[in-house]
Each structure stands twice: as C-alpha cells, then as structure tokens.
Design a protein around this ligand. Structure first.
Ligand code: MV4
Length: 450
C-alpha cells in the first residue's frame, strides 16, 4: 500500500481524499495556491506545499509544480480528484516516468476516453449501445450531409476533444449544417487545439443517466449501479440521485453487464463513469465516459455502502477489488444537492467571507464541504462549496430529509443556491421524478402571464 499520497486538488474533494487516506493509515500531502493558504485541506493534510499563485493555470493545473511537490515530499502516489488535471493523460504519463502512481486509469485509457469520437467507436465495438451518429470525425460538408440525411434532423455536432457539454452545436435542418460544421470545427480548434468534430442524432430533453464502475489492474471490473443527473443548468449538475426512479432492477443489471464488459475490453482500471442519455421511449444510449472520480460519487456510496475513494486507492496500489459483483447490493435512495456560492436568482458567483455556517446532521444526512464559519470562498475556482446528501429508505424519505436539512442550513455572508434547491425539492414534477435535462428550463421560465 502507498505510504504517502499527494492530493492534486483543493476544496471538498481534497478533504474527501484526506478522509479516505486517514482511514487507511496513509500520509497525505496537500498542494495549495496562494488563495488557499488557510483552507481546511491544508490544515488536515500531514504536509502542505504551496505550488503557485491563485490562477489555476499557474498552480492546480501546473504539472511541473505538482510533480516537484511530490518529489520533494516523497509521495508515492498522486490523487487528482475531479476537474483540474484529473483527466490529463499527460500528467498520468509524467507520473509513470517519475515512478509516482497516478490514481486513475492508464494514460492510454484516459486518452481513448478523452477523444469522444474514438471512445464512441470503441464502446460500440465492445457492445455498448451508442447514439446513431458518425463513425469517426466528420471532415467535409459532403460527409456531414450524407450522415445527417441518414440520421434525420435534428443532429448535434460535438467536438471530439470536448465533453461535458463544451463545444456542442445543435443543427435543426439541412440549411444550417454547412455553417454549423465550419463554426464547430473552428471553435473546437480554438478551445481544444484539435478541430475534430463528430455527429450524433440529437435527442430532445433526454434524461441523463450514468453508470459507476470500478476496475482493478487484474482485469476485474464491477458496476455500482446508476445515478440520475438530469437536473442541471448549462451543463452544471445541480441535483443527482441514486438509483434513478426510471431504471428497473433488470435494466440496471443489463446496463451494468454491458459497461463492465466494455470496460474490461479496453483494460479499464480505477473508478469510471459511463454516461448515457435516455430518450422518451426509455432507450439508453452511451455518449461519453469519464475517467475520474466524480463530484456525485457520494450518492452511490450511500446506496451501496462502498467507499469508492478507498477502493480506488486500493486498486491503484495493485490490490484486487475487495468485493465481487455478487457482493454489491443496492439499498434505499440517496439525493445530492450541490450548494454553490452564487446568487440563487442570477446564478452570478458569490465569493467572499462566510460569516456563519451551520449544516445539520441528523438521520440520513452526509455533508462534504471545505467551508466553515469565517472561511473565505476565493473567486478563482468553481463555486461548489458543499455537497449535501440525503439518504432514505425511499426517494420520498430522502427528499423529506434533504428538505429539512436545507431548511435548517445557515450560511451567512455569501449567497448560495440553497433557496433554489428548496424550490426544486418542493416542485411536484421533481417529486414525481418527471425530470429531464430540460427540467431547469421550465423551472426557470417566467410564469405565464395571467
Ligand atoms: C446530447 C444531447 C442530446 N443529443 N447528445 C450535454 C453534456 C454532454 N455530456 C452531452 N450533452 C448532451 N448530449 C445528443 N446526441 C443532450 C445533451 C445535453 C444537453 C444538450 C443541450 C443543452 C443542455 C443539455 C443538458 C444535458 C445534456
């Protein structure tokens, strides 16, 4: 097992990894930017190294600074958390060259999944149902016309090296296609340094459902069921839950077998997530795979009782998965609300000093946060300040617990998304699980004039 892990991240996820390390008896190294000097991840790690100024590009994204910090402190592994360098095949390669274990899949698998059009092809070949679309990157207008005609409009153009909603373009008719293709290629080149784009049939208002997997370095892969993350705004998830209200036990097992086989086929190790879209007829189609620990992993932990971060660390050290698929059981329902430091009406970021901070515990509540009274939320990073998770025997009980937890939450000095969450939780469509990726559009739309 590792003796010392450097955590190349900040905020609540850095603390989450510290929790796992402490329980496993592994020493931790925090890295921090000048903006995070007084953060809790710095306080609770065994050692801490300042890696640069507030700007992410010069600190949390700066590979030489992170590798140097690991070398200086003698860390034998790096946990990248989510965001920042978590899906950097380059960091994984540098780690390999420096004999530091990168806690994640191999560089080859990270690179494969990072090229969405290649990942699509690989998954299709491995038996995963993908959305109808192009077989690889689309180059010419003529190619795009032929494929779009076969798919039928609307179609969506996606940047091959994008993902998570970045670099996408919906095309509703043939007249828009040529311009959209050129714009998408230009934007992809500018944003990702690679102009490759691909086509898919566009689904209107799908549900977003994802499968959690875990693999070891001996070819064992298991799935931990699905999460539904349909409640999102501008590709930022707001609420996630496990299980999805619309997935049957049979569907879960079938989808699970499909992703486990595909993961095995590409030599997947570590934690991973396969994202699917569900159409109005309840068909599921693979869209992309994430090779990192995800923000919303906690809801899966609540319904399976498995500590995904500890298991991720164990398998990275070469251990065999500590359980088999048969030993994975699902019980109850978990919901997560992402609490952001932002104006609940305008969604504008609301960084600053937190004067008062009290989140309730009580039955079925888990809070992952780096914030405390008199903490400062810096303006330089994403606005997630806390994840409140509620567990119950049923979805109704989980919702009731979440509502009372958020009603009893006190955060003063900054604006947060707590009021928005309370409105969503009180919504009948949400309560009846009538949700889709379009849920927030309707929710935020001005009420129709009387
Ligand atoms: C789609 C889609 C509909 N059809 N692909 C967005 C995040 C990224 N993981 C993939 N995303 C989508 N891909 C096809 N073929 C709908 C989404 C999507 C979305 C699209 C536009 C506006 C908001 C959205 C919210 C969630 C998902």
């Amino acid at each position: 097992m590792f003796k010392k892990i450097l955590i190349a991240n900040r905020g609540e996820i850095a603390l989450r990894v510290i929790c796992a390390c402490r329980e496993m008896g592994i020493k931790t190294v925090a890295v921090f930017s000048e903006a995070d000097e007084h953060s809790l991840h710095v306080r609770f790690a065994d050692e801490a190294v300042c890696i640069g100024p507030a700007r992410s590009a010069e600190s949390y994204l700066h590979v030489p600074a992170i590798i140097s910090a690991a070398e200086i402190t003698g860390a034998d592994a790096i946990h990248p958390g989510y965001g920042f360098l978590s899906e950097s095949a380059y960091l994984a390669e540098v780690c390999e060259a420096c004999h530091i274990k990168f806690i994640g899949p191999s560089p080859a698998v990270i690179r494969l999944m990072g090229e969405k059009s290649r990942a699509r092809r690989a998954m299709k070949k491995a038996g995963v149902v993908t959305l109808p679309g192009s077989d690889g990157p689309v180059e010419t207008e003529e190619e795009a016309r032929t494929i779009a005609a076969a798919l039928g409009f609307p179609v969506i153009i996606k940047a091959s090296n994008g993902g998570g909603g970045r670099g996408m373009r919906i095309v509703r008719n043939a007249d828009e296609l040529s311009q959209a293709l050129r714009t998408a290629q230009r934007e992809a080149q500018a944003a990702f340094g690679i102009g490759d784009v691909y086509l898919e049939k566009y689904l209107e208002a799908p549900r977003h459902i994802e499968m959690q997997i875990l693999g070891d370095e001996h070819g064992n892969v298991v799935h931990l069921g699905e999460r539904e993350c349909s409640v999102q705004r501008r590709h930022q998830k707001l609420i996630e839950e496990a299980p999805s209200a619309v997935i049957s036990e049979k569907q879960r097992a079938a989808l699970g077998t499909m992703v486990v086989e595909a993961a095995r086929a590409v030599g997947y190790s570590s934690a991973g997530t396969f994202e699917f879209l569900m159409d109005a007829e309840d068909n599921l189609y693979f869209i992309e795979a994430n090779t990192r620990l995800q923000v919303e992993h906690g809801v899966t932990e609540l319904v399976t009782g498995i500590d995904i971060v500890k298991e991720q660390i164990r398998v990275a050290s070469g251990a065999v998965l500590s359980f088999t698929q048969d030993e994975v059981t699902f019980s109850g329902h978990a919901i997560e609300c992402r609490i952001n430091a932002e104006n609940p009406e305008t969604f504008a970021p609301s960084p600053g000093r937190v004067d008062a901070f009290s989140l309730p515990g009580g039955p079925g509540i888990r809070v992952d946060t780096f914030v405390h009274a008199e903490a400062t939320v810096p303006p330089n990073y994403d606005s997630l300040i806390a994840k409140v998770m509620a567990y119950g025997r049923t979805r109704e009980e989980a919702i009731a617990r979440m509502r009372r937890a958020l009603e009893m939450t006190v955060i003063e000095g900054i604006h947060t998304s707590v009021p928005m969450h309370l409105k969503i939780l009180a919504d009948v469509d949400f309560q009846q699980a009538r949700i889709s990726t379009a849920f927030m559009d309707r929710f935020l739309a001005p009420p129709p004039a009387a």
